[in-house]
Write a protein of this length. Structure first.
Length: 160
């Protein structure tokens, strides 16, 4: 699988670990930088990751910054990129299955190397719906008084 990976200065070390691990597993990894720990602007790298997905240089992407929040927002500015901020394998799997995420973002200051590997494992089979049902409460949420909508509808579809 062709995987693009990008980070800011706070996540260069984790990026190096994941890049080496993915290459050892036989994946074609496009490292979009940065190379060193000098301060950089994370949006530049989020945009570069999304562009690599958009133009077909990568099928999937891994975006890393200190918290994962900023770079995921930057990557999602490109409509071709659907980047989900994840911190464990279940959310990564659900993002792929239910949201067609083609990229994930993680916070290098918040996730350890081993968990980052587990979350990034592109060859792991999706979690079965039965496993999700057994781990997620199926009780109905309390009523908010807001119009109900399908998770696939945009909120603007209900605007007056």
């Amino acid at each position: 699988m062709r995987i693009a990976i990008a980070s800011d200065h706070a996540a260069v070390s984790l990026k190096a670990v994941l890049t080496a691990w993915l290459r050892e597993a036989g994946h074609d990894v496009l490292d979009l930088g940065p190379e060193g720990t000098a301060s950089v602007d994370y949006p530049d790298y989020g945009y570069a990751l999304a562009a690599a997905i958009e133009d077909g240089r990568a099928e999937r992407g891994i975006a890393l910054c200190g918290s994962g929040i900023g770079i995921s927002i930057a990557a999602n500015r490109n409509p071709a990129c659907r980047c989900a901020l994840v911190s464990e394998p279940l959310s990564a799997s659900l993002a792929r299955i239910h949201n067609d995420a083609n990229a994930i973002a993680m916070g290098a200051r918040l996730i350890g190397e081993e968990m980052a590997r587990r979350v990034s494992k592109p060859s792991c089979p999706p979690i079965s719906p039965a496993a999700v049902i057994n781990t997620v409460s199926t009780s109905s949420p309390p009523s908010t008084g807001l119009p109900q909508r399908s998770p696939h509808e945009h909120p603007a579809q209900h605007a007056p």
